[in-house]
Design a binder for this molecule. Structure first.
Ligand code: 13P
Length: 253
């Protein structure tokens, strides 16, 4: 982490938690967290729980995020919800292009770019998720894949839009597998992503938070977060356990 950039610990609850479980988890996070002004805490929760959880967070400094949203603000898109609807619930951040959505829900680069643009349009901070598969890593295509995922968004919104966004590097082979990139592996990739952004704008690159995601947990967070170019974490499984999530948060402080 660098002192000059914003630091963020974000939970991605994915499709987990009944209504009662969501309320219990968020309440415990609010009650037990000891927030540090230098580190942002964010929970990205299922849409259905927004009304309950936005009320719970209202007097806390914990940010509320969503995991996906359509690019249009309204219309005949059965089953979808929009960034403008989320904004009504004090949602401040939106995950865009998570690999699970890219792989299972046809979120290609073009949709991801449109979702990113719509989030910005409605005042949500997009968190652009990028990552390579194991196959792509073995073929030494990691950087090529990451750059093209970023380029597709820059082509649509322009580089300056990234002053209002974060990037999350989530190697697909490390998601939900318990297998983590080593701190050195992750740092190398983060530094290369930042160098790519610096080719477009040194200022944007210098301030852009790049989070690591992929089996970050209470045991490995400190070593990962000690790296210069790792500005925070996007945490799946461990964000569902209050104690683990708060330990990870403390490691960023
Ligand atoms: P895990 O932390 O469960 O590996 O999930 C990472 C992730 O996908 C966060 O968005």
């Amino acid at each position: 982490m660098s002192d000059s950039r914003r630091r963020i610990i974000a939970g991605n609850w994915k499709m987990n938690c009944s209504r009662a479980e969501a309320i219990q988890l968020a309440s415990a996070i609010v009650a037990d967290s000891n927030l540090n002004n230098n580190v942002e805490m964010l929970i990205c929760i299922p849409h259905i729980h927004m009304a309950d959880i936005s009320k719970l967070l209202i007097n806390s400094k914990i940010y509320l995020g969503a995991q996906d949203a359509h690019w249009e603000s309204s219309g005949a898109f059965t089953g979808e919800i929009s960034s403008s609807m989320l904004a009504d619930y004090q949602v401040s951040h939106l995950l865009v292009g998570h690999s699970e959505r890219r792989e299972m829900f046809a979120d290609d680069d073009s949709r991801v770019a449109k979702k990113f643009a719509a989030a910005l349009n409605y005042g949500l901070k997009p968190i652009l998720c990028i990552g390579e598969s194991l196959e792509q890593r073995k073929q030494e295509m990691t950087l090529e894949v990451l750059k093209s995922q970023c380029q597709a968004v820059v082509d649509v919104v322009g580089i300056n839009a990234f002053s209002q966004a974060y990037v999350a590097y989530e190697p697909i082979w490390a998601i939900g597998t318990g297998q983590t990139a080593t701190p050195e592996q992750a740092e190398q990739v983060h530094a290369e992503i930042r160098a790519w952004f610096a080719e477009q704008s040194k200022d944007i690159a210098a301030q852009l938070p790049i989070l690591y995601g992929g089996s970050m947990n209470a045991a490995n967070a400190e070593d990962l977060l000690a790296q210069d170019n790792i500005d925070g974490g996007l945490i799946g499984g461990a964000s569902l356990k209050v104690e683990d999530f708060l330990k990870i948060y403390s490691a960023a402080g």
